[in-house]
Each structure stands twice: as C-alpha cells, then as structure tokens.
Design a protein around this ligand. Structure first.
Ligand code: ATP
Ligand code: MG
Length: 439
C-alpha cells in the first residue's frame, strides 16, 4: 500500500526503527489515509519508552505535556507528530479516565484500548496494515463499531458515546447495531463527562454532513446532557404551518442550515420555547405565543450549561429570540434591521428564517422562501450602494459635529446617533449639508 505520509512523519518513523524500536502510524490518521482524505493530525505509537523516544529523537523540538501518559509531541519538517509508547489502560473507576496507564510491549495491546475498530489500526513505513479488529472492513461498510464489548467500553469512558455520534455525523457512517444499543443503554454515563468535552464533540457533530440522522436516532442522548430538549422531542403541533412534530421540524431546520456551528445551534434551539408556550384555540389549532422570547432564555441557559463561549452563546440567543420576527421587504425596514443586528447577524437571521421555513409545510413555505431570497438580494444591494445603516457610513462624523459647535465628549456620540436615527427613520437624507443644518 502506498500512502501519502508527510516527510516529517516518515523521518520520525525511520529514526525510531533505526534506534531498534517498533514504530507505526496509528489511530485517526490511519483511518483517514484509508478513507482517502488527508489526516489533520499524526499519531505514532512505538515500543520505545518515553525517555527512549526523547533520546532517539534528540535535537528536534519536543513538547512533553503528555509525558506522564507516554506521549511526546515532536516537530519535524513542519509536521507535528504525537509519539506515544504502547500502552494499556488500567481499570476505570470514574467513567472518564483510567486509574493509571501502563506501558506494554505489543502493538496489539495498544490497539485493543482504542475506541472503534476504524481507529484501532496501525500502518508501518512500508504500508503494511495491522488491523486486528476488522477496521478496514468496517470502513468499507461505513460502520462505527466498538473494539470489544460495547457496553463495557462506554462504561469505561462516557465520552466515547459522543465520539461515536460525532463520527457518525462527520463521516456519514452508521453505528453498528450492538454499539448503537449500548449507546442508548449507557447514555447516563454522560453524567461523568466534563461539559467542555461534550461541547467539543457536539460542535463537530453539529456541522457534520449526517447530523440530521444522528439527531433523529439518538434524541435520548441529547436529552441526557440537555434535558430541556425532552418536551420538544415529544411536542406535537397541530397547525396549518406544520406537518411535522417539534423534533422533526427542528431536525429539518438543522439540516437546511449551512454548516456553521452558530447556525446549526440556532436551528437546534430555535423552537425550544414552544412546549412551554403552547395554547390550543377553539378550533383545535395550536399557537405558541411568545415562544421565541421564552426560547431565547432557555437557549441561553443550555449554552451556559455546556460552557459555550459567550460570543457563540450571545449570537445564538439573539437569533433564537428573533427567528420569528416579520421583516417587511422594504428598504427602510431592511436598513433598520441591519442597524439593529449588524451585517453578519442580519444575514444569519435570514438564513435561520430560511432554514425554519424549509422545515414547514411545503405548500405554505414556498412564498416565505421567495420573500426571504428577495430580501437577501435587496440587502446586499443596499450595502453595495453604501446606504447608511450605521455610524460608519453616516455622511457626517465626529469631527464635523465638533466643528459645528458640539463640545467634545459623550455629547458627540449622542448627536451622531440622533442624526443616524433621523436618517434611518427617513426624516433626513444621508447628506452632509442637510445633516449639519439639523445640528
Ligand atoms: P479526529 O482527530 O478526527 O478527531 P481521532 O480518531 O484521531 O479523530 P483523537 O482524539 O485525535 O481522535 O484520538 C486519536 C486516537 O486515540 C483515536 O483514533 C483512537 O484510537 C484513540 N482514542 C481517542 N479518544 C479515545 C477514547 N476516548 N477512548 C479510546 N480511544 C480513544
Ligand atoms: Mg486525531
């Protein structure tokens, strides 16, 4: 087998071999090479003990942060390789980390501790594949399968559950039946996993090509770390707008949004306020008055729980809160919303509204979609024309205002914002002379 291995990684492998040790590429990079996609990081496993690795590779830049677990990161010709001594893991008593790791003498033992068959393969410099658990066959079949007994593996480390879902979303692979059953059974193991680690996997899962199927099949797992989703998963909506229940509508929205984590999160959470805001009228039709505001609050809590950064959280909350606003397709309204949200968030809101419509009854959504597309085009035109919606393109600036007699200080900002408001509301043209006269 000939594989695209960077020079740096080759040299490290050669150096270890010359030192009399075994050395293989292992894990994710082997999986990706065999799938025919470029790996994003390079892991090497070796029979050399960490001190021996360091001696053998002396002269190169090394980072010893993982030394206790047998890992040395080595920089060689622009490639960073993590070189790890063959190891096995001791018992797991806390559901997240082995109580200890011990170094072992054989590659097979090292491969056996790894999570999924596709991640438990190694390849040497000649391209010889070591694949004791049938990882290659599972890659061909597009299957994610635990190494060993699935229930035991998930009970050792609850993060593996999220990794399985994330790989399924990213690669579009199915989770093998017994592995899938063990995920459902052991979902409570997520209680032991740090929020930051769930967050890391969730981010990658959400932008995966197969995210919809994962949400459809594993709502119980998502409810495990976000119990606030439960009422949405079981929500029925009797409304002419909707031909699906709350969860299927949500999933279709997520699938329709482009693969940006803010948009995917906004779609996942956009209707989270619905179950708590539901009322049914005399004709049996459901209404969800105030669900966007209620949803924004819930979304904020949920994102905080999972330790999302504040920039992501605030943007997602803003989008959830506004996902239902009606923006008339008129220049003045568009400029007003551009002013209120800023350019980036404005276009994200249009995208959220588009994705939301894609999850609604098709016979009614068509008109909404056409209107949104028209609005997007018009907003782009207004921006290209340099139309004024922020202080940046107001025809006067701070210096003009001071020259016109306003005292330097906070009064300048107030004066400028007053003028901007008049321009936005159409009471004044965005022209220097006219604005100076108004002062
Ligand atoms: P990617 O880098 O695309 O996220 P990866 O499989 O390389 O995928 P890493 O987190 O880089 O994931 O881990 C490298 C390898 O370490 C994996 O391929 C797997 O063999 C092993 N591994 C990682 N996390 C675990 C875990 N929680 N349990 C068992 N083995 C794991
Ligand atoms: Mg990796």
């Amino acid at each position: 087998m000939t594989l695209e291995i960077p020079q740096g990684a080759r040299h490290i492998l050669e150096t270890l071999l010359r030192g009399g040790y075994e050395a293989y590429l292992v894990g994710g990079c082997v999986r990706d090479l065999l799938r025919g996609v470029p790996p994003h990081d390079w892991d090497i496993c070796t029979s050399a003990r960490p001190e021996e690795t360091e001696d053998c590779l002396a002269g190169r830049r090394m980072i010893e942060t993982g030394l206790r677990h047998g890992t040395v990161a080595v920089l060689e010709e622009g490639t960073v390789c993590e070189v790890t001594t063959y190891r096995a893991e001791g018992p797991y008593s806390d559901g997240r980390r082995p109580d200890y790791v011990r170094f072992v003498s054989s590659l097979e033992k090292d491969l056996a501790r790894r999570d999924f068959t596709m991640n438990a393969m190694a390849v040497d410099l000649e391209g010889n594949l070591r694949d004791p658990f049938g990882g290659m066959a599972d890659i061909r079949g597009g299957l994610i399968r635990c190494v060993g007994e699935p229930g035991r593996r998930f009970r050792e480390d609850g993060l593996r559950l999220m990794r399985a879902l994330r790989f399924s979303a990213e690669l579009g692979y199915e989770i093998e039946e017994q592995t899938a059953a063990a995920i459902h059974e052991n979902r409570a193991m997520l209680e032991c996993v740090a929020a930051e680690r769930i967050n890391g996997e969730l981010n990658r899962l959400l932008v995966g090509q197969n995210v919809g199927e994962v949400l459809r099949r594993y709502p119980d797992v998502f409810c495990q770390f976000w119990p606030q989703l439960e009422p949405l998963v079981s929500l029925e909506q009797n409304s002419p707008w909707h031909c699906w229940g709350g969860w299927e509508h949500t999933i279709r929205g997520v699938e329709a949004a482009s693969d940006h984590v803010v948009l995917r999160l906004a779609m996942l959470l956009h209707d989270i306020g619905k179950p708590g805001s539901r009322s049914t009228d005399e004709n049996g039709v459901d209404h969800f008055y105030g669900h966007a505001a209620a949803g924004a609050q819930l979304a904020g809590q949920m994102l905080r729980m999972l330790k999302f950064d504040s920039k992501t959280r605030e943007r997602v909350v803003a989008l959830v809160e506004r996902h239902d606003v009606q923006i008339p397709c008129q220049d003045r309204a568009i400029l007003r919303w551009l002013n209120r949200l800023g350019e980036e968030a404005f276009f994200q809101l249009l995208e959220v509204k588009r994705a939301d419509s894609m999850g609604q009854a098709p016979e009614l959504a068509g008109e909404r979609l056409a209107k949104l597309e028209k609005m997007r085009t018009r907003a782009e035109e207004l921006i290209a024309q340099g139309r004024c919606f922020s202080l940046k393109n107001l025809a006067v600036n701070g210096r003009d205002v001071i020259a016109a007699g306003v005292a330097p200080g906070p009064e300048v900002g107030r004066a400028l914002n007053g003028l901007l408001e008049q321009v936005l509301s159409g009471q004044a043209p965005n022209e220097r002379e006219a604005l100076l006269k108004l002062l």
